[in-house]
Write a protein that binds this ligand. Structure first.
Ligand SMILES: *Cc1c(COP(=O)(O)O)cnc(C)c1O
Length: 341
């Protein structure tokens, strides 16, 4: 029997021994009263890492994005401009429409995942006079995890700013982008007013996300988190695990190396097409000639390899710290067998 190899998401890591020890030993307070020492430490560390004045610990990146939109949106009916193939548009659209009462405006994206500057310019023109918020994403989840460099995003930020838009960055995997580009996380975060930074993806914490911004924005976000029911009490237990995760940022390079080897191996299978993002991080997608994504997902699952079928016909592998380089040949063999089934 093949060992089960789960590549569905980098959220699928269990806290390891060091994280569990940190959780067990965490001194706690009550974050609703602002006196949980590990939460305060995590928020300070996050703010430093992202180069912002302050940070807020939230239960998920979905809530961090919603709170960011609410804190930035000056009025109901604000237009939220974001790439059509972003997590926000695809997975959180209904939530932000319902709870933030924004109008979601989906922008066409280039192959590298950055919104087309012309699409943004057109959307800004069409909505002239109405308040708008621009949300960017890095890495680009549905563009094979591509990492965008500051130069890729600068013209978009400039365009948004020229129209008075606050700029949010959904940086759920910003740590992966920073490691892939060899740049400090803060440099990638600098152009944005607010940044979502997930602790439960590649960094491997069991729960949580940080929303980082200036002190006023974070104070508004803190109030919104309370109203949404996202304020937690002895959350120092979770923050302690997340602090461990922050210590391991550099080891994301190992995940990227495994992903690169996986991409190369999968591409060698006859009939397989492996899209090549300009700057790959920890995500590999593959399409098999004549086999739809749901079917390929089943064929691989029969061989002990779990992947996520995507609407674009690819299946997705996300590499995380529980994957060893030795898994690569096993996965390549599973795809080769699936291809001739
Ligand atoms: C995973 C992800 C989210 C949502 O994160 P949760 O913590 O699962 O809510 C948001 N944005 C991006 C880009 C993501 O990859």
């Amino acid at each position: 029997m093949t060992p089960l190899l789960d590549f569905r998401s980098d959220t699928r890591t269990a806290p390891d021994r060091a994280m569990r020890a940190a959780m067990a030993g965490a001194e706690v307070g009550d974050d609703a009263y602002g006196d949980d020492p590990r939460v305060l430490e995590l928020e300070a560390a996050g703010a430093r890492l992202l180069g912002k004045e302050a940070a807020l610990f939230l239960p998920s990146s979905t809530m961090a994005n919603l709170v960011a939109v609410l804190a930035a949106a000056p009025a109901p009916g604000t237009r939220l401009l974001t790439g059509a193939e972003t997590h926000l548009a695809r997975m959180e659209g209904e939530g932000v429409r319902r709870f933030a009462r924004v109008e979601l405006v989906e922008l066409a994206q280039r192959d590298d995942g950055a919104p087309e500057p012309a699409a943004l310019a057109g959307a800004l023109r069409a909505g002239a006079g109405r308040p708008a918020v621009l949300s960017l994403e890095n890495t680009c989840m549905l563009h094979h995890g591509n990492a965008l460099a500051p130069a890729d995003l600068a013209p978009l930020v400039e365009l948004g700013r020229a129209h008075g838009c606050p700029v949010h960055l959904d940086g759920a995997r910003l740590a992966n982008a920073a490691v892939a580009l060899g740049l400090p996380v803060a440099e990638l975060a600098a152009p944005a007013d607010s940044v979502t930074f997930c602790l439960a993806k590649g960094l491997g914490a069991p729960v949580g996300s940080l929303l980082c911004a200036d002190a006023d924005f974070v104070a508004r976000a803190r109030e919104l988190r309370l109203q949404l029911g996202g304020t937690m009490h002895q959350s120092g237990v979770l923050a302690a695990a997340a602090l461990e995760g922050l210590e391991r940022l550099d080891r994301l390079a190992e995940d990227h190396a495994v992903a690169a080897a996986l991409a190369e191996g999968l591409a060698s299978v006859p009939g397989a097409r492996v899209p090549r993002p300009p700057r790959r991080t920890n995500i590999v997608t593959v399409k098999l000639n004549g086999v739809d994504a749901g079917d390929l997902h089943e064929r691989l699952a029969d061989r002990g390899v779990l992947v996520l079928p995507l609407p674009d016909g690819n299946v997705r592998f996300v590499v995380h710290r529980e994957h060893r380089p030795q898994a690569v040949p096993l996965v390549v063999r599973a795809l080769a067998e699936a291809a001739i089934q």
